[in-house]
Design a protein around this ligand. Sequence first.
Ligand SMILES: [Zn+2]
Length: 342
Amino acid sequence: MPLSPYKRCFCICLLLLATPLFAVAEPTLEIGKGERLLVLAPHPDDESLSAAGLIQQVLQNGGTVRSTVVTSGDAYVGAVMQDSGKRNPSAADYLNFGEKRLEESRRAAEVLGHGFVHLDLLGFSDGSIYSALVSHWRRNNPMRSEFTGFDHVPYGQAEDRGFAQDGQDLLNELIAILRDTKPTIIAFPDVMENDSDHAGLGMFTLLAVHHWLQQYPTPHPQPKLLAYLIHWQHGWPTGSNWGIPQDWSDQPLSLPSDLPLRGHTRACVALSPAQVGLKRTALAEYKTQQRIMGDFLSAFVRSSECFTLLKPNDGNRIEQVLANWRHVRKAFDNHPLSRRKL
Ligand SMILES: [Zn+2]
């Protein structure tokens, strides 16, 4: 029997209301008891932006958390100009800024874990990850920062003080961390990130996981590989380029629809209001970043954190991953966001 015009309109309205909800809903990521979470971050603040809620949930479920921040984020020129009050900051200003950002990371980890987050501050130069991957692989040819003038880690509070900034040493460091931690969950930047250090660390992670599993006696562990996204295009996430921080805490994070799925799946962690509040408090510790990009940071303080789930053997396909990344990267290289660093 045909529906009356009123009933037909009612049904269409219901469908329109329901469709977006089903379209954006991602499966919930299950956090087991006693997980060992390793979060890998290119810069101070990426660990909190991507996984502050995940960190809290793993700890609350009796698990352990190790957070490794690879660089000091010392080459964010606009922020160093703001911090130093100089139009042409000196090498000492960049070093002072790097020390501040490392200290901010320490305080954020304390907020999230109350002493129970094992924090590694490797202290590499901002911009060194991608350089180490593509042009400074050997120890006798380390990457020298054009901002601080150092080709090795200069920071007193860094784990890797004195380490040469080269690809082989960084890879060895990551493999050692994997071997020591034996993570059951690894959160790391997606190789598709629209930032060279982020994408570079994504590739280093896949390489390190590949080597670690090769060295591991069989049967291999099957860690969950959670690729997070911080930098994309078109003002993602909503509000990240609005100029003024907004409160998005009652809205979930949705990965961008044009982020290629690549045959993987996605899942999200739902944050309680208390967990969202602690995430906001942790990010508030990044005062050098709040001053210059509070809008961007606040856009990640949402009721969920979402990830692309890779398979553990994706490290075996590193050549394919690199080829895929180079193809996408071409489209991004001239985008203004690619010059905006965290
Ligand atoms: Zn970053």
